[in-house]
Write a protein that binds this ligand. Structure first.
Ligand code: SAM
Length: 321
């Protein structure tokens, strides 16, 4: 069967699968749940969901959370979906705050078949990290920063090569809260050959008190960094969420996820599934608009039913932020 396209002709390309709603940080701009919702999917049920998404055309699986490293079966899930490479799955990536990424965990993830890791870090000193991650004081922030810096090393040692795009750093920038970290974060990444992916502060959910005045646009971020280290704009790849620049001195580059100032809905190819199996076709969708897949997964899985439900959901998709 040909892969379906949505109501605006967009194919499905990326499945963002959340493994847990919990996080070990409490970033005020994100505010994840402290507890898991009822009806969390099992490993076997997640595999069914990934299989259905791959059958619909998804080539990329992004594992996220909450904090996905809190999930004890993360590596087992990565192993369990490897056979889907023969059916079109090309890439398995992880987004993590990195605080739990030990050397052995990084190796285990690599051995399980993970292709890429993006670590999230919103500051380059203890005070900024504490402020952005909802930690009590600068000392705790400094310890968290140390853990993330160590995680970068562990990931690199395990074979996640930044030069091949297999290791990147995400940073959310909020005007007036951590925009003073733009240059320190750029410097940190330049020194480590890491691509810095700056994210415009988004209004996701209604718990983060979002205001447009807190958003710093992609262009302004690039301009600030470019004043210190001159940059050259690159073309945006089709379906990519990021605009890219490269340093003129050859020290790598930056990317900016401009979802607020330049939404990329026109070619958005993402499907999101929560830890408890609710599917959303837009990051900004109202919580009540998701499709709960549990009726086809619990108590027993109906793989065909999941595939049909997702096909119907994708065909009826008209989201434009
Ligand atoms: N805990 C993991 C992590 O820190 O990467 C995975 C989940 S986290 C929700 C994924 C990414 O979303 C992180 O880079 C985080 O900074 C970003 N994020 C969360 N809330 C955001 C917001 N309101 N605006 C922009 N980015 C946000």
């Amino acid at each position: 069967m040909a892969s379906p396209t949505d109501g605006l002709g967009r194919p499905l390309g990326v499945l963002r699968l959340s493994l847990t709603a919990r996080c070990n940080l409490a970033c005020p701009y994100c505010l994840p749940d402290g507890q898991e919702p009822p009806g969390l999917l099992t490993l076997q049920q997640r595999r069914v969901v990934v299989q259905a998404a791959v059958a619909l055309g998804a080539q990329s699986l992004r594992l996220t959370g909450g904090e996905p490293l809190l999930h004890p079966e993360l590596e087992s899930l990565i192993e369990a979906v490897q056979p889907l490479r023969a059916q079109g799955l090309r890439e398995i990536a992880l987004t993590s705050n990195g605080t739990l990424l030990s050397a052995s965990r990084a190796r285990a993830l690599r051995e399980a078949g993970l292709d890429r890791i993006t670590l999230s870090l919103d500051g380059a000193d203890g005070t900024s990290v504490a402020r952005m991650a909802g930690l009590s004081d600068a000392r705790t922030g400094a310890r968290t920063l140390e853990a993330v810096l160590a995680a970068i090393g562990h990931a690199r040692d395990a074979g996640f090569d930044p030069a091949a795009g297999a290791l990147k750093l995400n940073a959310v920038i909020q005007r007036g809260r951590n925009d003073d970290q733009l240059l320190p974060l750029a410097e940190l990444c330049r020194g480590q050959d890491l691509e810095l992916r700056l994210i415009e502060y988004m209004d996701v959910g209604n718990r983060n008190d979002w205001s447009p005045t807190d958003v710093m646009s992609a262009s302004e971020m690039a301009e600030r960094i470019g004043t210190r280290w001159p940059l050259e704009a690159l073309e945006r790849d089709l379906h990519s969420t990021a605009r890219r620049w490269r340093y003129r001195d050859g020290a790598g580059g930056i990317a900016v996820v401009a979802s607020v100032s330049q939404p990329f809905c026109g070619d958005c190819n993402r499907l999101r599934i929560t830890a408890d199996g609710v599917a959303y076709t837009c990051l900004f969708a109202a919580p009540s608009s998701g499709l709960d897949l549990k009726p086809w997964l619990q108590p027993s899985s109906d793989p065909m039913g999941v595939e049909q439900a997702l096909t119907q959901l994708w065909r009826s998709r008209h989201d434009r932020y």
